[in-house]
Design a protein around this ligand. Structure first.
Ligand code: BES
Ligand code: ZN
Ligand code: ZN
Length: 513
């Protein structure tokens, strides 16, 4: 199959995905810009003057006062998202100071993450940046800076490559380079780089990232991180009875795959199974989608990207929990070999499904993968998918829906909120279940109405989850892909959601029960 120059699987694995981020205790003459946080005044109606967020002993009083005075003269308020550039005081070795507004919620790490992203996005053309946002939260400043500088320019030729690049280095100001600060930084960078890995996968177009290529890239990145990798091809899938993956993939010349990645932690008491939807492009199949916005379906492997990236993170962080990702990959195309509305397929494990709508394909490949994942007898199962347009109708484009068994669903949603990915718990109302009954098979893949589409999709998946297993399903149809303008540390395109949620849940399981 034709390959685009410069985007081979090997090239992908060596790509530098963000700036170099380190710690510093002083400004140097190599630095170009100083980033400072500006906290909004909290008096009645915000009447108090905004104040600089400072790192202990990092700036002398005189330049700090000069910066405050200059910002005040320009009317800077410190409101969220506000960016004010001023010439640096003469006594500092940098030329420019950029003040980023923090609002009043400085204790929320997400405030710092967003501010660090906003600041770094305003710094294209500057090479070396020093940021004092670390005064509030070192890890959040690192993640926000790294992700705010993320770009996907791989497929541009010189003609449209921006002449000004994001900074190549961000140094985070600390009073002293303590062991604890280094540990916090390393953790943040592994998390941020995993988000960037997921973004790269999502941003890679569907003619380049078809199932076999996706599997190959997962294999290369996974083995580099020390994961065990197993890949089933289309022939092996058919032989083993993966009817959902085969059925969805049969309309495409790009054959389906099932990737299994294992992070085996020595002496681990817990196993977490991850499953992610890997539709490298979703035309809808014979139940074809309208042309307008169909290009968005390049993101229909966002769930797969997130679980691959999270498993790599588990290995890099050496989390003491075994993590096994089961990742089905297929392209949903209409053709003479495609499945038809009305076909009945047999999922892995034997459940028969009447495919009433070939555009509800995600649940078909996920069902096979979930049954396979349960064979490993995990303690927890998390699946994530760009599963339903209904997720966006219910919650908008930035709020993932979290469904599953009650306690674990609530735990995952709470953790998702704590890391700034905003997952929200949703119910599975019992009365919807019978709407998934089929006239001729065990189940139908859609209901005959459009109410509660995110909920009934999860209820379809529930049929395949082992009895008694703690399970969470995260629908990221909107949150995985930003079709709007850049904001905070999120650019256009792949966002990497819900990588940070999954990593934090795995770590929570490692630390507790
Ligand atoms: N991949 C889509 C869901 C989607 C929609 C993701 C928009 C991102 C943005 C999924 O395969 C799909 O088409 N779902 C259908 C289900 C319906 C046929 C029951 C939908 O949501 O319309
Ligand atoms: Zn679809
Ligand atoms: Zn889809």
């Amino acid at each position: 199959m034709a390959e685009l120059k410069g985007v081979s699987a090997n090239h992908f694995s060596d790509r530098v995905r963000g700036p170099r981020i380190d710690l510093t205790t002083a400004l140097s003459s190599d630095d170009d810009v100083l980033v400072v946080g500006l906290v909004a005044g909290s008096g009645d109606g915000g009447t108090e003057e905004p104040t600089l967020l400072l790192v202990e002993d990092f700036l002398d009083d005189e330049p700090a006062d000069q910066i405050s005075a200059a910002l005040s003269a320009l009317g800077a308020k410190g409101s969220v998202g506000e960016i004010t550039r001023i010439p640096a005081p003469q006594s500092l070795p940098v030329g420019v100071v950029v003040a980023v507004g923090l609002g009043t919620e400085v204790d929320d790490p997400e405030t710092i993450r967003q501010a660090a992203g906003n600041a770094v996005r305003a710094l294209d053309g500057f090479d070396r940046v020093v940021s004092t946002l670390s005064a509030a939260d070192l890890g959040a400043a690192a993640e926000g800076s790294y992700l705010g500088a993320y770009r996907f320019d791989e497929l541009r030729s010189e003609k449209s490559r921006p002449s000004e690049q994001p900074p190549s280095a961000v140094s985070l100001a600390v009073p002293a380079k303590s062991k604890q600060a280094k540990v916090e930084l390393d953790h943040a960078l592994i998390v941020a780089d995993s988000v960037a890995i997921a973004r790269d996968f999502v941003n890679t177009p569907p003619n380049v990232l078809y199932p076999a290529e996706f599997a190959e890239r997962a294999r290369i990145l996974g083995s580099k991180a020390g994961l065990r990798v197993e890949i089933l091809d289309d022939v092996e899938l058919a032989k083993a009875g993966y009817g959902g993956i085969v059925g969805v993939g049969q309309g495409s010349s790009r054959k389906p795959r099932l990737v299994r990645l294992t992070h085996e932690a020595k002496g681990a008491e817990r196993t977490v199974a991850l499953v992610g939807k890997g539709i490298t492009f979703d035309t809808g199949g014979i139940s074809i989608k309208p042309a307008a916005g169909m290009d968005h379906m390049t993101s229909d492997m966002g769930g797969a990207a997130a679980v691959i990236a999270s498993t790599i993170a588990a290995a890099r962080l050496d989390v003491p929990v075994t993590v096994i990702a089961t990742v089905p990959m297929a392209e949903n195309m209409p053709s003479s070999t495609a499945q038809r509305p009305g076909d009945v397929l047999t999922q892995y494990g034997g459940t028969t499904v009447e495919v009433l709508n070939t555009d509800a394909e995600g649940r078909l490949i996920l069902a096979d993968a979930i049954v396979r994942a349960c064979e490993d007898e995990p303690d927890f199962l998390i699946d994530t998918a760009t599963l339903t347009g209904a997720q966006m109708v219910a919650l908008g484009t930035r709020t993932p829906g979290v469904l599953g068994t009650d306690d674990f669903r609530d735990r995952v949603a709470a953790i998702s909120q704590s890391v700034g990915e905003h997952g929200w718990p949703m119910p599975m109302p019992a009365e919807l279940r019978s709407d998934l009954n089929s006239r001729i098979a065990d189940l139908a893949n859609v209901t005959n109405h459009r109410w509660g589409g995110m909920l009934s999709a999860a209820m379809f998946l529930r049929e395949f989850v082992a009895e008694g297993l703690d399970w969470a399903h995260i629908d990221v149809a909107g949150p995985a892909f930003n079709t709007g303008g850049p904001w905070g540390y999120t650019g256009k395109g792949g966002t990497g959601v819900p990588v940070r949620t999954i990593i934090a849940v795995i770590e929570d399981i490692a630390g507790g029960q």
